[in-house]
Design a protein around this ligand. Structure first.
Ligand SMILES: Nc1ncnc2c1ncn2[C@@H]1O[C@H](COP(=O)(O)OP(=O)(O)OP(=O)(O)O)[C@@H](O)[C@H]1O
Ligand SMILES: [Mg+2]
Length: 620
């Protein structure tokens, strides 16, 4: 999928990018095209729904208490001023108000502390839930999902998108709730104290909300686009970092830098636009809040002249205007975070709503092993609809037989095993395994019985021992070491710096290709599966080592049906049956001797290998 490496100087500027765009556009319309509110509510639901509702309600009650204490303060100052301003105010009365004020402040701080702690627990809990759900869901998806997306894009979803949502949970939700509560409570108190002054003071609130929604409408799409651009940039990083050897070898560093700059520019441009728009809100809300104070003072003064209100009330209202300003500007500022989270949430839910295409039938039964009799009957298969890869494939593997598969590069050999392990579902025909239809079996039971050594040796960033144990949970160290010995890997493993405890870096980059293959073979031996599949499992080891491994494999394959794909025809020579695949069709079937006698395609492949001539596409 690393189409970027195919870019040439004369090609359009970013064909890879275009291709990715086209692919993204071709993806079936996801249910993700939902409106902002739905996604925001769904995200919030993760935080405060279900088992968290009780905690959330407690936090809310505490917040109301805290805000109640807070709004006491302007009222208390107003009353204190009234005491001072009135001719018969006593010192006792004044100190009463001062103490009330101090108590209110203390209650505000303490209760806020507890409430915010509860809210932050809910927030981190929600992030945790989203992250684990996504990780679990990705494990259930079928291979075609991963075929259609770059690893980088997916990694970006798991990291950037989840982080954007986490930011929303951690700051936005609790701040937003507190801000809204504060605005509402203050508005109510103001109305109770003096409705005329309250209306004057609250006049600016609708104006602020209108401005907020205008800015939201403008910056929303920009934030959405920014999140996409970040995803694309991450994808590009992933590709250039893992492909840096190829980039260096082809002297494409400058191209990589330019392509990176182009993508970074994309993030910069939309990022600037969206942040500018959301930052604009700050000066606007500050100005509005000043305006509010001016209105309160002017209207208050007019009312006071008419003896319709007291100086203390005006002072309280100035205090309230101050307390309104910060939550209102918070509400405004949080729109940025909210919109980013919604954009991320849209991508998140699009993945979450993708259903695996290869699913167990409702009445799927577990595979029951009975010798390992495999039958392909007129099987047709295509990865992409309309582009048939396997055409009318039929063959039979009797229990315990070794089946060799050979043929030119791209012929469809790996594809045959991809559908035998049911990584993909077939278009037409039937695959029977011990008389049971593959499509009617549970995938779990099938994969437990079939062991595969894939063409690409993949090792995890863990110790050699744990990589061996990966095939079968609970395998003992002794079993793993015995398997390594069978696979002829024991010697080089013990020569590694820490022997079996040597950690693998990055898919085993600290081993040679052949050594990686030997570990994956040993891994399959640890699993000791009922049916064994080897796809070019020994292609990277020298012929002497291969012979040694073969002996081990022979012992493992004894009595087990096995499928061995190899370009090196000597590898599959002992096979009971060899399938010769060409352009998705099985053109010849027979033992080595039969195929040689037939003097067909196999014969010519074999002769070209053994005469030292370059075999036509037979050696990759
Ligand atoms: N995931 C995929 N999506 C779409 N097409 C694919 C996919 N994997 C393979 N193909 C196509 O299917 C055809 C057969 O591929 P396959 O991997 O089976 O070849 P192969 O015989 O194993 O070749 P090799 O000897 O190089 O391993 C190729 O034309 C390839 O382009
Ligand atoms: Mg292959």
């Amino acid at each position: 999928m690393s189409a970027t490496t195919e870019t040439t100087a004369s090609a359009p500027r970013h064909p890879a990018r275009e291709a990715r765009r086209a692919r993204a556009a071709a993806k079936p319309p996801s249910t993700g095209a939902k409106d902002t509110t739905t996604i925001a509510l769904r995200l919030i639901g993760t935080m405060i729904g279900g088992r968290n509702t009780a905690k959330f309600v407690i936090a809310m009650v505490l917040l109301v208490v805290a805000i109640g204490a807070l709004v006491m303060l302007p009222y208390v100052s107003g009353q204190a001023i009234n005491v001072v301003a009135s001719k018969n105010g006593s010192l006792n009365e004044l100190s009463g108000w001062v103490i009330t004020g101090l108590v209110a402040a203390a209650v505000y701080i303490l209760v806020s502390f507890v409430a915010e702690r509860l809210m932050s627990r809910l927030a981190t809990g929600a992030t945790y839930t989203l992250q684990t759900r996504l990780a679990e869901h990705l494990q259930t998806l079928s291979l075609d999902f991963f075929d259609s997306r770059s690893t980088g894009e997916l990694v970006s979803s798991v990291t950037n998108d989840v982080e954007a949502i986490a930011r929303f949970f951690e700051t936005a939700v609790s701040q937003l709730i507190r801000a809204v509560l504060q605005v509402v409570i203050i508005a109510v108190i103001m109305l109770i104290i003096d409705w005329r002054l309250a209306i004057a003071a609250l006049l600016v609130v609708p104006a602020m909300l209108v401005i907020t929604s205008i800015v939201e409408r403008l910056s929303g799409p920009a934030f959405s686009k920014m999140q996409d651009e970040i995803g694309e940039l991450s994808g590009f990083y992933e590709e250039t970092i893992s492909g840096h050897k190829i980039i260096t070898a082809n002297r494409r560093q400058e191209w990589a830098m330019a392509a990176n700059k182009d993508r970074a520019d994309g993030v910069f441009t939309v990022g600037t636009k969206s942040f500018f728009l959301s930052l604009l809100q700050f000066p606007i809300t500050t100005a509005m809040s000043m305006l509010q104070i001016v209105i309160v003072v002017v209207v208050g003064a007019l009312l006071a002249v008419e003896h319709m209100t007291q100086v203390g009330v005006i002072v309280s209202f100035i205090g309230y205007a101050g307390l309104l300003a910060s939550p209102l500007s918070e509400i405004a500022n949080l729109t940025g975070t909210l919109l980013q989270a919604v954009a991320a949430g849209r991508r998140y839910y699009a993945i979450m709503e993708t259903q695996p295409t290869t699913v167990d039938a409702p009445d799927a039964a577990p595979y029951e092993f009975d010798g390992g009799h495999v039958q392909f009957q007129n099987v047709d298969f295509s990865y992409v609809p309309g582009r048939r890869i396997l055409k009318d494939n039929s063959f039979e593997a009797l229990p315990g037989q070794m089946i060799g598969i050979c043929g030119p590069t791209g012929a469809g050999k790996s594809t045959i095993i991809n559908i035998l392990t049911r990584y993909y579902d077939i278009d037409d025909g039937t695959i029977l395994i011990d008389g049971q239809n593959l499509a009617a079996l549970t995938q779990q039971s099938l994969r437990r019985s079939i062991g595969t050594v894939l063409q690409e040796a993949f090792l995890f960033s863990d110790t050699v021992m744990n990589n061996l144990r990966y095939a079968r949970e609970g395998a003992t160290d002794e079993e793993c070491i015995a398997a390594a010995k069978e696979a002829n890997a024991h010697e080089f493993i013990t020569n590694l710096p820490q022997g079996y405890d040597t950690p693998m870096i990055e898919r085993g980059a600290n081993l040679s290709q052949g050594q990686r293959q030997m570990i994956t073979i040993a891994r399959a031996m640890v699993a000791a599966p009922k049916i064994l599949i080897l796809d070019e499992a020994t292609s990277n080891v020298d012929t002497r080592t291969e012979r040694l491994i073969q002996q081990g494999l022979q012992r493992l394959m004894k009595g087990r049906t096995s499928f061995v794909i190899a370009h090196r025809l000597s590898t599959i020579r002992p096979a009971a049956k060899i399938l010769v695949v060409r352009s998705g069709e099985i053109v010849e079937i027979g033992s080595h001797d039969e195929l040689m006698a037939a003097k067909g395609f196999y014969h010519s492949l074999y002769m070209s290998q053994f005469k030292g001539k370059a075999p036509a596409g037979a050696e990759s």
